[in-house]
Design a protein around this ligand. Structure first.
Ligand code: UDP
Ligand code: MG
Length: 321
């Protein structure tokens, strides 16, 4: 009997929790015929609505449902990490609570793992129902990452994937605090099968990703998975120095030949502003890397648990978890 663990990060998903369970359980027949059992780990990422209560209601009917509840909102990356740490399955799936990751794909993904893939990952082939500027910037981001990062980061890839134990252990062995999973999944390598599906709009509620949050996320991806911006900074520095050197020669020779009338100070101001701007920009970029290094050095925990409910394991133990 093999175990499939499904991890469901939830941030204010009260209405979606029972729907998700219902959809997920449609795979029950498949599990039974393939000698599989399941555990369903809801990770409550510091929700302020009734998510915890909704999960506990499910636990009352099905002990295979588990809950990890955080002390505050740590973000989806932390929720996925916590889920993977607690998952005991031979196979581990990560799925959104809003049913944008159709549980009906699981059997197909499971088949791919039987064929020797270590991971079956999903990507959506369209971005239906998404604002056009958001799609535009998302595309640009993936194009940029494809060029400059060694990790294979795929456009349209969702976090929805079914992984083998080997793959999960590899992901868990990356202990970094700044977790950019899309990059981490690509970085660990292994044979990954891409399963494509059409975008499904979320069942209840609103997406938690504002444009600004996505922008910060993209910057994080860049800083975490490539140092190319630093190389560009150094390269531009060299180019500007060469340019300045040629200009210096030019000005010097001209002064020798024609004397030195004071002129061209507006252009001088422009040049100074330009160079100062470029310097500030790259100082900012270097600062980003430095800040990341500082965060990694502090090595704060990736999440803190408020409550862990696993009735199969040890019964409810809200105090010492
Ligand atoms: N989520 C989370 N913590 C957060 C934000 C989101 O655990 O801080 C969960 C959320 O409950 C959902 C999944 O991550 O299950 C994806 O979030 P969302 O649907 O808002 O993102 P989108 O599908 O729009 O990319
Ligand atoms: Mg969603």
């Amino acid at each position: 009997m093999k175990l499939i663990s499904a991890i469901v990060p939830c941030y204010n998903e009260e209405e979606n929790v029972p729907y998700f369970y219902e959809e997920f359980m449609k795979n029950k027949a498949f599990f039974d015929t393939h000698d599989l059992t399941y555990e369903l780990i809801y990770v409550d990422d510091g929700s302020s609505d009734g998510t915890v209560g909704a999960v506990k209601k499910l636990i009352a009917q099905d002990k295979k449902v588990k809950l990890i509840s955080f002390s505050r909102n740590f973000g989806k990356e932390s929720a996925m990490y916590a889920g993977m740490q607690h998952a005991k399955g031979d196979y581990v799936a990560i799925m959104d609570a809003d049913l944008q990751d159709p549980p009906s794909l699981l059997p197909e993904m499971y088949e791919w793992l039987q064929q020797g893939y270590e991971c079956a990952a999903t990507r959506r082939v369209d971005r239906k129902g998404e604002p056009p500027i958001r799609s535009f910037f998302a595309r640009k981001f993936y194009a940029l990452m494809k060029r400059f990062s060694s990790a294979d980061i795929v456009d349209g890839a969702r976090d929805y994937r079914l992984m083998s134990r080997k793959f999960v252990n590899a992901v868990l062995s990356l202990k970094e605090v700044n977790r950019f999973s899309k990059g981490i999944f690509g970085w660990v390598g292994y044979k990954t099968k891409w399963v494509e599906f059409e975008n499904v709009e979320r069942r209840h509620g609103e997406t938690k990703w504002s444009f600004w949050k996505l922008f910060v996320y993209a910057v994080e991806g860049i800083v975490d998975f490539t140092t190319v911006p630093l190389t560009i900074a150094a390269f531009l520095g060299v180019v500007l120095c060469l340019f300045a050197f040629v200009m210096l020669l030019f000005v010097w020779i001209r002064a020798m030949l024609y004397g030195d009338p004071v002129a061209g100070w507006p252009s001088m101001v422009c040049i100074m502003l330009l160079v100062a701007g470029v310097q500030m920009f790259f100082l900012g970029i270097i600062g980003e890397y430095l800040a990341k290094a500082y965060q990694e050095l502090k090595a704060r925990p990736i999440y803190l648990v408020q409550e862990l409910v696993d009735e199969e394991e040890s019964g409810t133990d809200p105090e010492n978890s």
